[in-house]
Design a protein around this ligand. Structure first.
Ligand code: FE2
Length: 244
């Protein structure tokens, strides 16, 4: 689903780190609403080297979460993977002023006052690019998402391009709506409204093909159920609209 408004926090549930693989952790954040639509939120943390952390799509920090992250190491990089995911950038930069903030190509235009240091794809490749590959997924007139591949854990990190909202956490109304939108549970994928905004199908196809050349076997999903089995076929199916 395309999210066009600023998110509103729906719950205050605190979040702690869960180990997802070799040198990678995820952390579930508060449920937020965008244009009344509820979204689970999730951030990802990669340890680049002992005590050096890369934080993707940071959620709103709580004291417990900050303490948990501090126990892992120092945040050196903060990444906003698309122009919508701005929620935690400023508070995390405030807490870790030495960290470099890397953002998606259109982020700065949408958030001119955000503390941005570098634009992914426009600036020289970041120091972390030897461990985390990146791809600015092309072809969409609205969404400027950057997807990532963490070599050590063979993990693909996706934000909004593939969504798999947990049916157990949705009301009947939203289960119905999200199933129609193509973003519910194991059958989730690219939301139908987002698909319709891919006007350059050749660019989308090239991006999907490039992404599938990465040697991943698991996927972090920012909104919904992560993928730990049959990752490649699940992602191929999610991008069938681009690949056909
Ligand atoms: Fe999102």
């Amino acid at each position: 689903m395309i999210q066009a408004a600023k998110p509103k926090k729906e719950t205050d549930q605190s979040a702690l780190l869960q180990r997802f693989g070799e040198r990678i952790w995820i952390c579930d954040g508060p449920r937020v609403r965008m244009m009344t639509i509820p979204f689970e939120t999730r951030m990802t943390i990669v340890e680049l080297e002992p005590g050096v952390l890369w934080v993707h799509s940071p959620i709103e920090p709580t004291p417990n979460l900050q303490d948990a992250v501090d126990s892992l190491g120092a945040v050196k990089f903060i990444v906003a993977p698309n122009k919508i995911h701005s929620l935690g950038v400023e508070p995390w930069k405030k807490r870790h002023p030495a960290a470099e903030v890397w953002v998606s190509p259109q982020f700065r235009k949408r958030h001119p006052d955000a503390p941005v240091d570098h634009v992914i794809g426009a600036d020289a490749p970041p120091a972390w690019s030897s461990q985390i590959d990146y791809l600015c997924f092309g072809g969409n007139i609205f969404l400027d998402e950057v997807v990532f591949f963490h070599h050590n854990s063979r993990t693909l990190i996706v934000t909004d391009l593939i969504q798999r909202h947990d049916p157990a956490k949705e009301t009947f109304f939203w289960r119905f709506g999200k199933r129609l939108a193509g973003v519910l549970g194991d059958k989730g994928g690219t939301a139908i409204d987002l698909r319709s905004a891919f006007r350059d199908r050749a660019a989308a196809r090239a991006s999907a093909e490039k992404l599938l050349r990465w040697n991943f076997d698991r996927v972090v999903i920012a909104h919904g159920k992560c993928i730990t089995e049959n990752a490649r076929s699940t992602v191929e199916k999610a991008f069938d609209w681009a690949l056909r």
